[in-house]
Design a protein around this ligand. Structure first.
Ligand code: SF4
Length: 205
């Protein structure tokens, strides 16, 4: 794993993305805090990893202008506004569906607000990723999504899709389909915009 992580971080660097490796949530939160500045407008994608690692709690600590998409009682209109305002946030935080050893980020979204912010808009993007989401190449990333991440996510969201029953993707035509926008980030041209923190614990899907 040490070799795989090093190779991935080297590849990320080669792609203009800062890579970090941590072995605890304490270290993870220290790095995130060092990238954020007090008063920053911060927003995030819908990520179980951010919740499980305590990052959402950090964003809510009052030091930041947190655009809270998980606010209790939020209306559809407020959520839509947060998604739009996220494009001009200082920092956007998210997980990723998979990361390749070539330093690429593969993601599949339903609506597309998350992948859109990863690609363009926020001044900085922080991606938190368990080392178990590192895969050899794009083909493996696609396979991981079809056989693990998307079916689990559809189950978690209580979607009425075939993968919830089958446990794998059948490229459905369901109105509940969660896989609509497919993206691969291969390079980041703006220096110090994108940060990927790999954590040596299993979080997310
Ligand atoms: S395309 Fe449909 S069946 Fe395939 S993973 Fe996505 S929601 Fe499930």
């Amino acid at each position: 794993m040490e070799h795989i992580v090093k190779k991935t971080i080297d590849a990320l660097k080669n792609n203009g993305i800062n890579g970090y490796f941590v072995d605890s949530t304490k270290q993870l939160l220290e790095i995130v805090t060092s990238i954020l500045k007090a008063g920053d407008t911060v927003s995030c994608g819908g990520s179980l990893t951010l919740h499980e690692t305590g990052i959402l709690k950090l964003l809510s600590n009052g030091q930041y202008n947190y655009l809270d998409r998980f606010k209790k009682g939020i209306t559809p209109q407020e959520l839509k506004q947060i998604f739009r305002d996220s494009f001009s946030s200082d920092v956007y935080l998210t997980g990723t569906n998979a990361i390749t050893m070539d330093g690429e980020l593969y993601n599949v979204d339903g609506l597309g607000n998350r992948v859109a912010c990863m690609i363009y808009g926020p001044d900085k993007v922080i991606v938190v990723c368990s080392t178990n989401k590192i895969v050899r190449n794009l083909e493996a990333a696609i396979d991981r999504n079809r056989t693990i991440a998307a079916p689990l996510n559809a189950t978690k969201l209580a979607k009425k899709t075939p993968c919830v029953v089958l446990g794998y993707c059948s490229d459905c035509s369901s109105p509940d389909r969660i896989c609509c926008k497919y993206t691969l980030i291969r390079k980041e041209r703006t220096p110090d915009r994108m940060h990927v923190i790999l954590i040596d614990e299993a979080f997310g899907l």
